[in-house]
Design a binder for this molecule. Structure first.
Ligand code: NZQ
Ligand code: ZN
Length: 388
């Protein structure tokens, strides 16, 4: 088992009809001028915006809507301006991963004197030193952003999607109400299942870690997701199923699964490039890249693929057969949710794209990705070419 440090201060309030606790929590934070940040309109349509506003009669409330899926830098900078001019002292991120990630960025950028994109580009000496306190009202179980300190921000003009984060960016609290799942379109439920599944795989399909508990927890999340996925796709208003999906997605990326185990994350880093260049949904890009990366890294990951195949998928046969079938079954699972797994099914002109991605990684100095630093620009090019 590897050494680890585990820290997660986010207070999770899980379940239906809990928003009445919002004023009490905001008062604990001494919040007075509160911004509700949200997305493109679902929050208004579902009535959640009104539910939040109804709780905030004792506060000075501002709203900022229009944060896109794959939150846009230029939109978020408008919110930064509003927060500065109105002296906002607390932000409520009400939405899915995009709104929550966007608010993490806003909370850091408010205090930053220079050009905040420099921080995301990891320019030397550029850091978010402070962050404004924020909490979340989660409306889409997928990313785990409600319970972690990372964020991914898109700058479409530059065709870049970059990550940021650090301990300052944990939400103070997150309301996780499974009833929110009932209004989600099928595409977003499928995305949520796949994102949670791949977050778990990134921290599990590596090499045997010796952390038996953590590996079993990862297997529990994968097994639960496989069990509930077809049912919740048919019946999103089933509260019990939705509650299990929501808890799986939070648990998959709240920092717990990575304790004492090697982690990969190369699927995510490559997949972000597919969103940055073609605007493909985050989870769809994972379904495109993940299976090909496991094939490419078959020998390095074989032992864990066998463990996953036998314990989670119930496969039988020789080790090589089980490991190969595990990849096939994983891809079939993504497809069963209505998600296409070939890049050429989304984009017709892929001329030179694999090389472009590997050049980008080279420029950024990303030469050693994966659990044993075995994925560099050359491997990235090969993996992306396999996704066509
Ligand atoms: O914009 P609105 O109108 O609100 O509609 C949203 C959006 O179009 C809609 N939606 C959300 N809740 C709803 C709803 N529609 C009906 N009923 C509801 N209850 O769903 C659409 C997608 O929302 P979005 O927030 O983009 O989805 P998701 O939660 O999958 O977030 C994806 C983003 O998170 C990043 C991704 O890269 C992507 O930018 N990630 C963040 C991570 C993190 N911070 O830890 C980790 C992930 O790996 C991921 O990279
Ligand atoms: Zn993800």
């Amino acid at each position: 088992m590897l050494n680890f440090e585990h820290y997660n201060p986010t207070r999770i309030i899980f379940g239906k009809d809990q928003l009445f606790r919002l004023p009490e929590l905001l008062k604990e934070m001494s919040a007075k001028k509160v911004l509700i940040a949200y997305g493109g309109g679902s929050l208004e349509r579902t009535g959640t915006l009104k539910l939040i506003q109804d709780q905030l009669i004792d506060f000075d409330v501002f709203t900022f809507g229009g944060i896109e899926a794959n939150p846009e830098y230029t939109t978020l900078m408008k919110a930064v301006k509003l927060c500065k001019s109105e002296n906002i002292d607390f932000i409520i991120a009400a939405g899915g991963g995009s709104v929550i990630d966007g608010v993490k960025f806003i909370s850091g950028a408010i205090f930053y004197e220079g050009e905040p994109w420099d921080v995301l580009q990891k320019k030397e000496g550029c850091n978010f030193e402070n962050a404004l306190a924020f909490g979340t009202v989660l409306t889409l179980p997928a990313t785990g952003s409600e319970a972690n300190s990372g964020a991914v921000i898109n700058y479409s003009e530059l065709k870049q999607k970059r990550v940021m984060g650090g301990p300052k960016f944990f939400p103070k609290f997150s309301f996780c109400d499974p009833s929110q799942v009932a209004t989600l379109p099928a595409r977003q439920i499928a995305n949520g299942i796949i994102d949670s599944f791949v977050h778990t795989l990134e921290q599990y399909i590596t090499y045997p870690s010796g952390n038996l508990l953590q590996e079993r927890e990862a297997e529990a999340i994968l097994t639960t997701l496989l069990e509930i996925a077809p049912k919740i796709m048919k019946d999103p208003s089933n509260y019990q199923l939705a509650a299990n999906l929501m808890w799986c997605s939070t648990h998959a990326l709240n920092g717990n699964l990575r304790c004492g185990v090697p982690t990969d994350w190369a699927t995510h880093m490559i997949a972000h490039e597919l969103t940055a260049h073609f605007g493909i949904d985050h989870a769809q890009t994972l379904a495109i890249v993940g299976p090909r990366l496991y094939e490419h890294q078959f020998d390095a990951k074989k032992e864990k693929l066998v463990q996953y195949g036998s314990r989670v998928l119930g496969l039988k046969g020789s080790d090589t057969d089980v490991a190969k079938k595990a990849i096939v079954r994983t891809e079939e699972f993504f497809q069963s949710l209505g998600v296409r797994t070939k890049l050429s099914e989304y984009v017709t002109d892929l001329n030179g794209f694999a090389k472009k991605v590997s050049n980008t990684f080279l420029e950024r100095g990303w030469k050693e990705m994966g659990e044993t630093k075995m994925i560099g620009p050359k491997e990235v090019e090969e993996i992306v070419a396999l996704t066509y």
